[in-house]
Design a protein around this ligand. Structure first.
Ligand SMILES: Nc1ncnc2c1ncn2[C@@H]1O[C@H](COP(=O)(O)OP(=O)(O)O)[C@@H](O)[C@H]1O
Ligand SMILES: [Mg+2]
Length: 270
């Protein structure tokens, strides 16, 4: 616990000096993918029980844990709006810190705001999990787009929960994650996303920063980052190392995840 406290202090100190930073089980979805007359995308309705089993809780308005994501959402949007940023990366030092859980919850929380919409892109080609956590199966994904097998429009899924929905570009596993991240093809895909989804906040679920050069390669194409530190997963040295690589990318927040210190919640933010 001492180490995580130190990490938080370190992160705070770094943020104060950073321009643009705030101080501070693959179950099937409810039905098969469908295409309706209203939406140009394949559509799927997400199941609340499946989401909750995967710690995705921000689709509804009730619950303490969901409210933490709403607070995170507000901070993220305030900072992004101020700078007219569109692309947000969610990353962490190492695996298992809670990137995917954070990215999915943040996306759903933003989608509950009127006049806000989100595209969630799974760019963790090492260990994609967005599709599994949300319960989206039977669809291609980002690799189909990168490898030229499918256009973006037929790979994006419109995932609805209650009256709200998010667009999702699910991931795929590649042994060439690092090469893809640095590729012109990736650059072109991101430009297409920027053009075609101009009105949406785009959240990228990235691989861990310290397992390769994947994240470092793609950061110049991203506006801002959330760094998810997992208690029990992340050391002070890990955070320091990440900050070295994040010199030119504003870190909106360091999310301290898996805190057991906050009573009645399994998420703790400082
Ligand atoms: N706050 C939390 N408390 C307990 N377990 C969590 C929490 N956040 C995530 N997890 C669990 O930790 C594991 C890794 O989370 P995940 O979001 O997949 O991490 P990452 O994408 O960084 O590898 C999952 O089993 C997830 O359910
Ligand atoms: Mg993940």
């Amino acid at each position: 616990m001492d180490s995580i406290k130190q990490a938080v202090e370190l992160a705070r100190a770094a943020e104060v000096h950073r321009p643009g930073a705030l101080s501070g089980s693959a179950l099937a979805a409810e039905g098969p993918l469908q295409r309706s007359a209203e939406s140009p995308f394949n559509e799927v309705r997400l199941r609340a029980d499946h989401l909750e089993a995967n710690r995705i809780v921000a689709h509804g308005t009730s619950g303490q844990n969901g409210r933490y994501y709403d607070m995170l959402r507000t901070q993220v949007l305030q900072e992004m709006d101020k700078k007219s940023w569109q692309f947000l990366a969610v990353t962490s030092p190492t695996a298992g810190c809670g990137k995917t859980v954070t990215a999915c919850n943040l996306a759903l929380s933003i989608s509950r705001l009127p006049e806000r919409s989100v595209l969630l892109v799974d760019l963790d080609l090492r260990r994609p999990a967005v599709g599994n956590y949300l319960g989206i199966s039977g669809t291609g994904g980002v690799l189909d787009v990168l490898e030229g097998r499918a256009p973006l429009s037929s790979s994006v899924v419109q995932a609805s929960v209650g009256p709200n929905n998010i667009l999702v570009l699910p991931g795929g596993v590649s042994s060439n994650s690092s090469e893809w991240m640095a590729s012109q093809t990736m650059g072109a895909m991101l430009q297409t996303i920027k053009r075609d989804f101009r009105s949406r906040i785009v959240i990228f679920d990235l691989p861990p920063m310290l397992l390769g050069d994947d994240v470092i390669s793609i950061l110049p194409r991203i506006d801002a980052a959330l760094l998810v530190a997992g208690i029990g997963n992340t050391t002070v040295a890990d955070i320091k190392e990440c900050q070295r690589h994040l010199q030119r990318t504003p870190v909106i927040r360091v999310v301290v995840n898996k805190s057991t210190e906050t009573v009645g919640s399994y998420y703790g933010y400082y």
